[in-house]
Ligand binder design. Structure first.
Ligand SMILES: C[S@@+](CC[C@H](N)C(=O)[O-])C[C@H]1O[C@@H](n2cnc3c(N)ncnc32)[C@H](O)[C@@H]1O
Length: 300
């Protein structure tokens, strides 16, 4: 486990810091709290209340918080669950399962789910089933039958600068093709490049409203869908809103230039350097002018 440092986040939940990516798995404010605010709430599971079956894809399962939170709710309903996970490293889940602070968070059913995946990569319980596809998500996604469309895609790689391969225009296009017509792709990322890639893939995007503890932030993430959401899901009291003028203008800056990985096998350095070249030649507005404009607007 030399690669990982364990730590307890402010809400008492366990998280990891990756020395190779030089980045944490979660917000320092709370691993569990982050999953609830940025994945569970924006999923608005009530929309599936009349659905017979839900198909979930967790991209970068890590310790499994995002899936764990969603399953805690779904397992209380009668909805049939088909779950798929993409993750390159089994060690985080294994490490979590050996920690009492992690075990204590979950109900016996969810803990059983994690243990099954850890042991065999598979979970079967009644009519529910799950498979984790260990390996590079870019290749492993092809192990999942093409005909399977996801109602929820939880996209949680390290940041685009650290792990651009899972934020590339091509990978996003692939995820879009696998999203069901009523499905939601949810991510913590608010990056212009990612949002612009979603839009270029034909998706409608919404901003995740920061929770009360995060009110200083302008957004807590992005939800992308194929069909515009009904107003009831984006009203003021909900978790989602249309993009503000500030966010829309962000999409017109150089930051919106995508990460490109046409072969699906490029390494992060290659992807970053190709993007930097494209940015240096771009006629788009400089992101620093956008930032300056909005910082000034805010302080007035
Ligand atoms: C930010 S962490 C995910 C946190 C996780 N959702 C959780 O709740 O703990 C990013 C994860 O991406 C995984 N990862 C990095 N590159 C990957 C790749 N090419 N394919 C699949 N998983 C990858 C890492 O092993 C790590 O577990």
């Amino acid at each position: 486990m030399d690669d990982y440092q364990k730590h307890t986040t402010k809400d008492g939940s366990l998280s990891l810091y990756s020395l190779s990516y030089e980045e944490g798995f979660h917000d320092r404010d709370g691993a569990l709290r982050e999953s609830i605010n940025k994945y569970l709430f924006p999923a608005q599971l009530e929309q599936f209340s009349n659905t017979e079956k839900i198909v979930v894809l967790d991209v970068c399962m890590g310790l499994g918080y995002n899936t764990g939170c969603i399953l805690e709710k779904l397992l209380q309903s009668n909805i049939k669950i088909e779950w798929h996970g993409l993750e390159i490293d089994q060690r985080p889940l294994n490490l979590g399962l050996n920690e009492s602070t992690f075990q204590e968070i979950w109900s016996p059913k969810v803990l059983h789910f994690f243990s099954c995946l850890n042991k065999s990569g598979k979970w079967n319980e009644g009519f529910n089933e799950g498979t984790v596809h260990w390996g590079d998500a870019r290749q492993k996604i092809y192990e999942i039958q093409d005909s399977i469309k996801f109602d929820l895609i939880l996209l949680d790689p390290f940041s685009p600068q650290k792990c651009p391969e899972l934020w590339s225009e091509e990978f996003i296009t692939l995820l879009t093709e696998r999203l069901s017509v009523e499905g939601r792709l949810i991510t913590y990322s608010t990056a212009a490049s990612i949002r612009a890639s979603f839009k270029r893939a034909g998706l409608e995007i919404y901003s995740i409203i920061p929770s009360n503890d995060d009110k200083k932030k302008w957004s807590s993430g992005t939800v992308a869908v194929k069909k515009k959401l009904e107003q009831q899901f984006i009203s003021k009291n909900c978790q989602l809103k249309d993009l503000s003028t500030r966010e829309l203008e962000h999409l017109a800056t150089r930051s919106s230039i995508p990460y490109r990985d046409p072969t699906g096998r490029a390494d992060s350095k290659e992807i970053i350097s190709i993007r930097e070249i494209e940015q240096s030649k771009s006629q788009l507005i400089n992101t620093s002018s956008w930032r300056k404009r909005w910082n000034t607007a805010q302080s007035q």
